[in-house]
Structures are given as C-alpha cells and as structure tokens.
Design a protein around this ligand. Structure first.
Ligand SMILES: Cc1cc2nc3c(=O)[nH]c(=O)nc-3n(C[C@H](O)[C@H](O)[C@H](O)COP(=O)(O)OP(=O)(O)OC[C@H]3O[C@@H](n4cnc5c(N)ncnc54)[C@H](O)[C@@H]3O)c2cc1C
Length: 403
C-alpha cells in the first residue's frame, strides 16, 4: 500500500505552538556566544521552561503523566526545538528518545510509576549510557560489568560521551552480566538514579559543536543497584538499547530537518536582502541553485522522516502493550531509521557549507549563528551510530534479502 502522510489538525497545532514558543520564549534567552557554554548548567533554565510545556513526556500515556502522543509528535518537537538550537534538541532527544523511551517500553508497572512518571511530568531528566572508551561503533564489546550481590547488582565501569550525563536524574546504563553469552544474552540494562553511592560524573567534554549540551563521562565503582532496577529481563539489555536507538535516530533526523529548514530561511532572506553588483544576491543563478538544492533535500527528507516516525510509532506501540512484534516491522524500522539518519545528517552538512558560502564572510561571525549551525551539524553524522555504521545496517539487510 502506498504511504500517504498528512499531519492531523492536532499535530499541526502542536507544530505551530511549539514553533511559536521556541521562537518567542526560548530563542531570545540563547547566549549570543556559545563558546562560553561548555555544557555547563547554562541551558537548564531554558530546559525548565520547555519542560513546563509538557513536552518531556510527549510519547508517554497520560495515565503516567505524559502527553499521550507518539513518535510523530516527538519528531515535530525535535524539528521545532532544533530549528532554534541544536544543543537544546540534543538535550531533548537524549532525554526523550533514548533516555526515557527504553524505561517506558521495557519497564514494569513499578518502574513506570517510579521512574517514568517523574520524567514524563517534567520533574526529572533522563540519559542513556552505552558508549565506553573501548566500545563506540562496536557497542557490543562494552566492558562495564554488573555482578549479582544478594538482592542487588554491583555495577563497575566507565561510560563516556553521555549526553545529559551531568544533568540527568535517571540514567539507563548497559552492563555485561554474563560474558560467556555475548551482547545478545549477556548484556543487561539498569536504571540508575543520580546520587546512588558508587556513581559519579567524571570529565565534562568541551566540544566544537552543540556546546550547550552536556556530554559527560560516568564512573561506576561498585555502584549498588537493587534488582528492582533491572530494566526488562536480565540478558535482554542490548535489544533495549538497539530499540531505543532506532527511535533516537529518527528523532535526530527530524532535528536535522528543523535545523536545515531554518538555515534555508536564513539563506533565502539573505539572498533577497543583500545586494552585490547592483542586484540582490538571489538574482545570481549560482545562488539560486544552492537554495534549490537545499529545498530539494528538505522536501525529500520531510516525507522520509515522518514515514519513519509513523513506522516507529507502530513498532513502539506494540512493544509498550506487550504485543508480538513482527520481525519484518522491526527490520523495516531499523532500515528506515538508518536511512533518514544518514540522509538528514548529511543534508545538514551540505546546507551548512552552502549557507556559509551564501553569507560570505558574515557566515563566520558568531552573531549570525551560521557558524554555530555548521559546528553543531558535525556531530549528527557521528552520534546515535555513525553514518558508516548505518550504511552497514542497510547493506547487511540488502545482502541478506538478496536485494
Ligand atoms: C557529542 C556526543 C554525544 C554522544 N551522546 C551519547 C549518549 O548520550 N549515549 C551514548 O551511549 N553514546 C553517546 N555518544 C557516543 C556515540 O554514539 C559514539 O561516539 C559513536 O557511536 C561512535 O563511536 P566512537 O566515537 O567510539 O567512534 P569509533 O567507533 O572509534 O569509530 C571511528 C570511525 O571509524 C568508523 N568505523 C568504525 N567501525 C567501522 C566499521 N565496521 N566499518 C566502517 N567504519 C567503521 C566510524 O564510522 C567512525 O568514522 C555521543 C557522542 C558524542 C560525540
């Protein structure tokens, strides 16, 4: 059946109100110079304002304190937040997409009540800790261990690159619980609260882009976690990680879409307003082609992102309600998520280069924020699984299927 997509009236309203809120209430509060950010506490005031909108539990049922919406609405918010600031988009994505979602999808009733509710109500922030110094792309080779000690588990190891690491009240941590079984069977997910003895935050990374997003090293030294905090079944943590990353990638693609649309708007304005050789820049065919190429990328991305979001929503609904998930659906979601992640992150790279070219020297000045978009984009080709790894996912499936 052909895919048809149109926002519902409620989704259109959400998009309009999110755009209006981000541009009137958040954008004026952004620092002109993000170099001072360093992922410190500075964005938290803005994050609080966004939490008050009820967005931080967008995909969680109302009965658990959420907004009762789904992945399409999550992507709408990722788009509108990232159109204003990619650091805020990263904070929101790390929280909703990969931090909160696995707890909701794989948590039991008690965990949903204890952890999902305060997060969905906008009182707590969440994070996702998988990556380690020796396990980035090859996430299956994590070394952090958890050993059983009576009714508890003791977690030891170091996680790196954890977005929201120093902000989060609740972190989903992946650890090896049986090294004889490999990632599928030997890795378990744990819910760890800030302040748990044995859990400390190490280095906060000073990055070239998304500088207001906090990226931290997390250290676990015999961190004692009760068995009630095991997320899902022992040994089934890796599938929880992969499931969360699928939705996370679609959200990231939506973030890129928002950032790209904003760049195009800025470039169109510039092309109309700036005169050179006695005529607006936009009268030159070379500039027109750059604008048209950006618009073409965006046009195609928009359908692909919301198609992937619709598929992911169907997938997550089944998991959340304990229904069987057809393998074909899971594979379709992974492939769509990988494809939109690649396309949207790379189109944002192309748009950033074109925008700097269209802005000329001004593109390098911080006050136009074109430089910021350019630096912020670099990470989108890396996190949530590098684009090379996404290509591997797609190619593996193609070759298995015999195309
Ligand atoms: C700002 C930021 C925020 C992040 N947030 C989080 C977070 O919240 N939680 C979390 O768990 N992680 C997070 N990450 C980690 C991120 O997911 C990893 O950086 C990413 O998966 C890549 O791992 P790596 O950096 O170790 O690169 P490596 O794995 O060392 O890869 C280096 C290069 O080799 C390529 N490569 C590796 N293997 C292959 C292969 N088999 N075939 C072809 N090419 C290959 C990669 O594509 C890449 O280009 C974050 C990272 C950054 C930079």
């Amino acid at each position: 059946m052909a895919f048809e997509f149109a926002f519902t009236p409620e989704q259109r309203l959400l998009k309009r109100s999110a755009r209006q809120f981000m541009r009137s209430q958040i954008e004026p509060g952004l620092p002109d110079d993000d170099w001072s950010g360093h992922g410190g506490d500075s964005p938290l005031e803005l994050v609080k304002r966004m939490q008050h909108q009820g967005w931080f539990g967008i995909g969680i049922p109302r009965a658990l304190g959420g907004a009762g919406m789904g992945e399409v609405e999550y992507c709408i918010l990722m788009e509108e937040i990232s159109a204003v600031d990619s650091s805020l988009g990263t904070i929101f994505g790390a929280h909703s997409g990969i931090g909160l979602m696995p707890i909701y999808l794989f948590g039991n009733d008690d965990q949903r009540e204890r952890f999902v509710r305060p997060i969905a109500e906008g009182r707590h922030l969440a994070a996702f800790a998988l990556t380690e110094p020796t396990a980035g792309s090859d996430a299956a080779s994590i070394k952090t261990k958890a050993v059983r000690d009576g009714d508890d588990w003791l977690i030891s190891g170091t996680k790196i690159w954890c977005s929201n690491g120093n902000f989060a009240d609740t972190v989903v941590v992946f650890a090896v619980t049986d090294e004889t079984l490999g990632a599928h069977g030997g890795v378990t997910a744990f819910i760890v609260s800030k302040g748990t003895p044995g859990f400390t935050v190490g280095t906060i990374e000073d990055k070239m882009g998304i500088r207001q997003s906090n990226t931290a090293e997390l250290i676990f030294d015999n961190c004692r976690v009760p068995k009630q905090n095991v997320l899902g079944k022992v040994g089934e943590g890796f599938i929880a990680a992969l499931t969360a990353l699928d939705g996370g990638r679609v959200g990231l693609a939506a973030a890129c879409l928002g950032a790209c649309k904003r760049l195009l708007d800025d470039c169109v304005r510039r092309a109309k307003d700036r005169e050179r050789y006695g005529k607006p820049l936009g009268k030159n065919q070379s500039i027109q082609w750059m604008l048209a190429d950006m618009a073409t990328d965006i046009h195609l991305a928009e359908y692909a992102v919301y198609h992937a979001a619709t598929l992911t929503n169907e997938y997550y609904e089944k998991i959340a309600h304990g229904e069987p998930v057809p393998r074909a659906l899971r594979e379709k979601v992974s492939r769509a998520a990988a494809a939109v992640k690649i396309h949207c992150s790379e189109m944002t790279g192309r748009a950033g280069e074109r925008a700097i070219q269209i802005f000329g020297g001004d593109g390098l000045k911080m006050k136009y924020r074109i430089d910021r978009s350019f630096r912020d984009q670099v990470i989108t080709e890396i996190y949530e699984g590098t684009n090379e790894v996404q290509r591997l996912i797609i190619a593996r499936e193609l070759l298995q299927e015999g195309a």
